[in-house]
Design a protein around this ligand. Sequence first.
Ligand code: LIP
Length: 272
Amino acid sequence: MGAPMSDDARLDFCRRLAADAGRLAHGAFGRAAMLPAKGRHDEVTAMDREVERTVREAISRAFPADAILGEEDGASADVGCAEFVWIIDPIDGTANYARGIAHYCVSIGVVRDAEPVVGALHDPSHDRLYWAARGAGAWLAERGTTRRLAVSPIDALTAATVECGWSLRRPQADYVALVDRMLTAGCAIRRAGSGALGLADVAAGRTEGYAELHINSWDCAAGLLLVTEAGGRINDFFAGGGLLAGNPILATNAALADPLAALACVPLRHDA
Ligand code: LIP
């Protein structure tokens, strides 16, 4: 079954924009000019900035009343009052991108009253374009084929794989404790360096969970919607100022939601 034709202008625009931006980013893959790092293990390339500038200009032209929040250039002045906010990670997985590791994506999400309503991710290395709109399912177009996404049916922790995202934004001891709890429960763990693609893996049923002690809204706004539209569960990431300050994140399949929430020490929403 093909994806439903969406009449939502923002979804169609978001999908096309993510596809174009991914192609732009991929043109410099493995040879992008490095800029001064934002912090240890927090790299940025000239292409991060070029992609975000291009995406912001396109959104401003097409939806001038909407607000914009991007990883590199921050929030537009109306982010606290606009009905719709576009949330951009121009290259999620920048450390991978800079090192020539083909695990990165462009992530563009749209929230309305702090609820994700539209999202698209483009992983140009694998010709994968993911998208979702609230109530219309999560979809993946890959090498000419489009399929609806569904989370994994695995219901045993000892058969589960959980990605534990990492950064220096939280203490190392807390990260080690998270990984230890997952391993002790019998899960396999991974850390691949792109939170957005980690969420896409949950939505596509490749893994059973994604947990991180702190992640920014631009990394996850689109991926959170992919997971819920694929039948998964998420925490209330945008509560308590998550849009601008970030928050812990947990996204799971349906079958292991409660045990993974206990292991991650992150409560899940009961309405999503
Ligand atoms: C990355 C996130 C990931 C986190 C990394 C980094 P970036 O985003 O997607 O979840 O663990 O430290 O923040 O910086 O590559 O856009």
